[in-house]
Design a protein around this ligand. Sequence first.
Ligand SMILES: Cc1cc2nc3c(=O)[nH]c(=O)nc-3n(C[C@H](O)[C@H](O)[C@H](O)COP(=O)(O)OP(=O)(O)OC[C@H]3O[C@@H](n4cnc5c(N)ncnc54)[C@H](O)[C@@H]3O)c2cc1C
Length: 393
Amino acid sequence: MDLSFTPEEQKFREEVRAWVKENLPHEISHKVHNALELTRDDLQGWAKILGKKGWLGYGWPKEFGGPGWTAIQRHLFEEETALAGAPRIIPFGPVMVAPVIMAFGNAEQQKRFLPGIASGEVWWSQGYSEPGSGSDLASVKTKAERQGDKYIVNGQKTWTTLGQYGDWMFNLVRTSNEGKPQTGISFLLLDMKSPGVTVRPIKLLDGGHEVNEVFFDNVEVPAENLIGEENKGWTYAKHLLSHERTNIADVNRAKRELERLKRIAKSEGVYDEPRFRDEVAKLEVDIVALEMMVLRVLSAATSGKNSLDVAGLLKIRGSEIQQRYSELMMLAGGPYSLPLIREAMEAGWQGNFPGGNPALAPLTSTFFNMRKTTIYGGSNEVQRNIVAQTVLG
Ligand SMILES: Cc1cc2nc3c(=O)[nH]c(=O)nc-3n(C[C@H](O)[C@H](O)[C@H](O)COP(=O)(O)OP(=O)(O)OC[C@H]3O[C@@H](n4cnc5c(N)ncnc54)[C@H](O)[C@@H]3O)c2cc1C
């Protein structure tokens, strides 16, 4: 198997690298390289820069205004942006709901929603999970009742990532209680500024406000916001989940964080310690193996095969790797990496840090934050069940 890139692909990589160097604001890449907190303006600012270039929807085909890149080009773009210290593209719009609108939305919906996603102007949130309906997603209870030319939505979503910024939300709603639970679900696009929508923060272990509860109290949603057919939402939801799980693997971020781990280990004097080096080497091998798997999924997606099964594998390995590098960073810092100083996540923090190495200050927050990765996007236990049933047989 030839794993090297062609001269055209190398040239493409260099073009992306040069453009990112020119256009990625330094204050943003500084925050990313040092694991500092990114504001809404940082995240959306970068999204808009990419949008202007036509690269926010970097996985989109040309017919919908995307660059029409191959799987390899997409991978190279992700790698170059991650290594340069660009923030992760917030996936809910360009990576998750856009492919559903392209595949199952009508021409009117495509014209209405895709440009705002491609430009980074409109912030989307994901309304799948509910209290009691996470792993068992097909049991969602949020009800959408058809009344003339609109739906009346009542219920609650939870764990809505960055929902405090959301303009729009794509939701799984119950439109029927007949038959199997999966057959009564619809996929509805909801304007979060509608009367009756309440967003409440959930504070996480790391002290940050990353997720929310969202309540719907008689929210009116025009029926034209229904994607595809009523009660067929489960099919569309699954289409989206393969994109979500592949995205969570985030192999290029792992490569960047591996370099950060090495920097921390060197500055703390443990990099030459053989046992520590063994652990770093094992992590590096796992990251390379994950990268090979990502390339396989991307090429399967290009040839039109459903990559949902392998996407589960990617999600498991990618999330475990994210937790592992955050653990090794803590180990490198030893007791000095323990204090949880939330303010240390802010750029320009001037406080004192025990041990004197400010690179250790955000480690506890990152460590806590990474605990989420084996839960969200479908927990790893559930992914293992799926892999066992669909891949191993
Ligand atoms: C930080 C974060 C961000 C999130 N963002 C979003 C978002 O933006 N939008 C959204 O819709 N959702 C979001 N989620 C929700 C996420 O998808 C769910 O948390 C996840 O699907 C698990 O569901 P649950 O929390 O209800 O846990 P449960 O389903 O109650 O599971 C509890 C435990 O039981 C285990 N378990 C459950 N069923 C089985 C089984 N059959 N076999 C073996 N073990 C099982 C699970 O692995 C888990 O350990 C987010 C979650 C987190 C933590």
